[in-house]
Ligand binder design. Structure first.
Ligand SMILES: Cc1cc2nc3c(=O)[nH]c(=O)nc-3n(C[C@H](O)[C@H](O)[C@H](O)COP(=O)(O)OP(=O)(O)OC[C@H]3O[C@@H](n4cnc5c(N)ncnc54)[C@H](O)[C@@H]3O)c2cc1C
Ligand SMILES: *[C@@H]1O[C@H](CO)[C@@H](O)[C@H](O)[C@H]1NC(C)=O
Ligand SMILES: *[C@@H]1O[C@H](CO)[C@@H](O)[C@H](O)[C@H]1NC(C)=O
Ligand SMILES: *[C@@H]1O[C@H](CO)[C@@H](O)[C@H](O)[C@H]1NC(C)=O
Ligand SMILES: *[C@@H]1O[C@H](CO)[C@@H](O)[C@H](O)[C@H]1NC(C)=O
Ligand SMILES: *[C@@H]1O[C@H](CO)[C@@H](O)[C@H](O)[C@H]1NC(C)=O
Ligand SMILES: *[C@@H]1O[C@H](CO)[C@@H](O)[C@H](O)[C@H]1NC(C)=O
Ligand SMILES: *[C@@H]1O[C@H](CO)[C@@H](O)[C@H](O)[C@H]1NC(C)=O
Length: 562
């Protein structure tokens, strides 16, 4: 632990929020400005006698001057009242929002899914620097007020990145984007969205392996996996991070890379929010001249459906021959008419005539927007078909690639679809993507990842149901519908020996046990790494939301869990 008595800052200028009670008796001159950088130690393992108060003192925080010093009043609400009031004293009211403030509502309406918008945290903490991430973890530990962490806010279910009654930590201010001097890596803060990253890199003819839709956060997408336009060339986002800078439960910042804390590096490549808060991703840079690629949407009617399923299967199979190509296929009904759309993309301009598209090019589409694209603008266009403010779920599974399943899963979906006929605003969509062989091969780079996917499984299909709808009173109908679809797809796959356990965290539903799906050995290894870096289970207990090491976000046996 760094001894930073020299870091006790200047007296903080108090801006006490009118609503917060516990700050009234504080002497402003006693409150000191915390360090802007996290704690630092060569010993990454938290000692058994770890002293949270001392760690805060080491951060330059005068704990005895803060509301948290009055810990006698412990109870969930009092704990959060004290923690939030302390954050406000340390970082100012501009960085701490309470429910009676306009800024609070502006913030909560910035989640993609209404289900997360409807959550009421005790306060929102806009961490102004990485040191503040250390301080909020330590204050949560000191008070036992729970927290959640938001990057882009696209996780769809309650508690994932907005916590009822706790501290919701916004990483938005951690928005550095910096190309290394040798142009081989790009340091990206978790406050960035992909559009911002690609826009910043375009003038250098560079890109990184990240999301395909503009407002998705770097934080959630990368810690859960991350399928990119370029993934059959380079692999997933999590497999293209040269190093992570992560703040552990003890508040210290460590680097995880193939050579430093390599066990933590392995765990972060898909292990989600269970190990620490990543404050910087050092992505491997790729060359993308002019930020140009090719892509767009083709829409088909039912007479093309069988040929479309076959074209999808063919491109997954052919990926080893041309990794520039990528695709997803969405099956849906519009005003009672079955339609399907294929998003086709290619990592270079003028990709539409590549041989890998031959089967697609033989289909008859009712509309076609494929064309040369600029990467940032392409992500922005794709965002327009994913509106904010609706109830949302993603909920899925994986099967081994097999053309007959591409047809069967679609038929099962349409057969069950009438179950949603009376749900106001429902828009269920069945989405197929490939986990191609080149993606899987690249998962073994730099010591591998914990996802439990191996080349011997062959290529896989990721199948998920995405749905938005209007009313909470219809939630059970939607989850039951999807459960029925997924159970039948899984049974069909099992009956022909094509079952696969993997559940992709980034498309995981609230009832799915994602970490279990990585396999018993990977799960055990993840738990052992967590017990080393987070022995008191701070990221399991005090950050209870999202996919934890030993459970689904919500356990409910009525619904599909994997
Ligand atoms: C419209 C849309 C398009 C999508 N497109 C793609 C796509 O192209 N490819 C793909 O793979 N996925 C895609 N997804 C899925 C997406 O990757 C997940 O929803 C992901 O969780 C979103 O990340 P976020 O940062 O926006 O979400 P958040 O809700 O902010 O975060 C999700 C989880 O990650 C945790 N987390 C966030 N940042 C950090 C951090 N720095 N350190 C530790 N934990 C952190 C949060 O605490 C939370 O539990 C898409 C989703 C949507 C809704
Ligand atoms: C202030 O105290 C009142 C009553 O004691 C309580 O209802 C309110 O929630 C507190 N406000 C904050 C921000 O803690
Ligand atoms: C810390 O706070 C205490 C109690 O308010 C105060 O007496 C002390 O002077 C403060 N220390 C510093 C360095 O400001
Ligand atoms: C940690 O401390 C070492 C030694 O003082 C220093 O070289 C390094 O830059 C520090 N790291 C951080 C993240 O502050
Ligand atoms: C923890 O550190 C604080 C601040 O230095 C100190 O007052 C307290 O006695 C320590 N607690 C224990 C259990 O050592
Ligand atoms: C669906 O039908 C309604 C009413 O006929 C029409 O207004 C709307 O544009 C249609 N939507 C689509 C997507 O075709
Ligand atoms: C939600 O449900 C209520 C009652 O079931 C209904 O009155 C209302 O119209 C629904 N809202 C929408 C937007 O459909
Ligand atoms: C990653 O995929 C590319 C494209 O298929 C391939 O050339 C490369 O060998 C793969 N890398 C690894 C480490 O498997």
């Amino acid at each position: 632990m760094r001894l930073s008595s020299g870091c006790l800052g200047a007296a903080f200028v108090l801006a006490v929020h009118a609503q917060s009670n516990s700050t009234d008796t504080v002497d402003p001159a006693s409150v000191t400005v915390p360090d802007t950088t996290p704690l630092n130690s060569t010993d990454v393992v938290e000692p058994t006698d770890f002293n949270v108060t001392q760690a805060l003192v080491d951060m330059g925080v005068n704990v005895s001057a803060l509301p948290v010093a009055q810990l006698a009043e412990r109870s969930s609400n009092a704990a959060c009242s004290l923690a939030c009031a302390s954050l406000q004293l340390l970082y100012g009211s501009q960085n701490v929002d309470y429910s009676n403030e306009a800024a609070y509502n502006t913030f909560t309406s910035g989640y993609w899914s209404q289900i997360q918008e409807n959550v009421d945290p005790y306060c929102i903490f806009k961490a102004p620097n990485t040191g503040a991430v250390t301080v909020v973890i330590l204050l949560s530990r000191l008070t036992t007020c729970p927290f959640a962490v938001k990057s882009g806010g696209h996780a769809a279910f309650q508690g994932a990145s907005n916590i009822p009654g706790g501290i919701t930590v916004s990483l938005a201010a951690l928005n550095t984007i910096k190309v290394s001097s040798d142009k081989k890596t790009v340091a990206v803060g978790p406050g960035n969205t992909w559009n911002a990253v690609y826009t910043a890199l375009a003038p250098s003819n560079l890109a990184v392996i990240g999301g395909r839709v503009a407002p998705i956060g770097t934080g959630g997408l990368t810690t859960g996996g991350g399928i990119s336009f370029f993934s059959s060339l380079y692999g997933w986002a999590c497999d293209n991070v040269a190093s992570y800078d992560v703040i552990l439960a003890s508040g210290i910042q460590v680097t995880a890379s193939p050579t430093q804390n390599s066990d933590l590096y392995w765990a972060l490549r898909g292990g989600g929010n269970n190990f620490g808060i990543v404050v910087n991703f050092n992505y491997e840079a790729i060359s993308l001249p002019g930020a140009q690629l090719w892509g767009g949407t083709r829409v088909y009617l039912e007479d093309q459906f069988d040929a479309l399923a076959s074209a999808f299967a063919g491109v997954v199979e052919d990926s080893p021959n041309d990794g520039n190509a990528g695709q997803w296929v969405a099956w849906l009904a519009s005003n009672g008419t079955k339609i399907a759309s294929a998003e086709l993309y290619y990592a270079k301009p003028n990709g539409g005539s590549a041989a890998i598209w031959n089967d697609y090019n033989a289909l008859t589409a009712i509309s076609d927007s494929t064309q040369n694209r600029q990467l940032p603008a392409y992500t922005a266009e794709l965002a327009s078909s994913n509106p904010y403010g609706l109830r949302e779920t993603y909920y899925g599974l994986t099967v081994k690639a097999d053309e007959s399943l591409a047809t069967l899963a679609r038929d099962i979906f349409y057969q069950e679809l009438p179950a949603t006929a009376n749900v106001a605003g429902a828009n269920p969509v069945l989405i197929y993507q490939g986990i191609t062989l080149p993606m899987i091969e690249n998962m073994s780079k730099n010591g591998g990842n914990p996802l439990g996917i191996s080349v011997s499984d062959g290529p896989l299909y990721l199948i998920h149901v995405a749905c938005w709808w209007d009313n909470a009173s219809d939630d059970a109908t939607i989850y039951a519908f999807i459960t029925s679809v997924l159970n039948q797809i899984k049974a069909a796959a099992t009956s022909i020996g094509k079952q696969n356990d993997y559940i992709y965290m980034n498309y995981g539903g609230v009832y799915e046990d994602v970490i279990k799906s990585y396999g018993a050995a990977n799960k055990a290894k993840l738990k052992s790494i967590a017990s080393k870096y987070d022995p008191q289970q701070v990221f399991q207990i005090l950050q209870p939301g999202y996919f934890k090491l030993d459970r689904a976000p919500v356990v409910d046996s009525r619904y599909f869990s994997g």
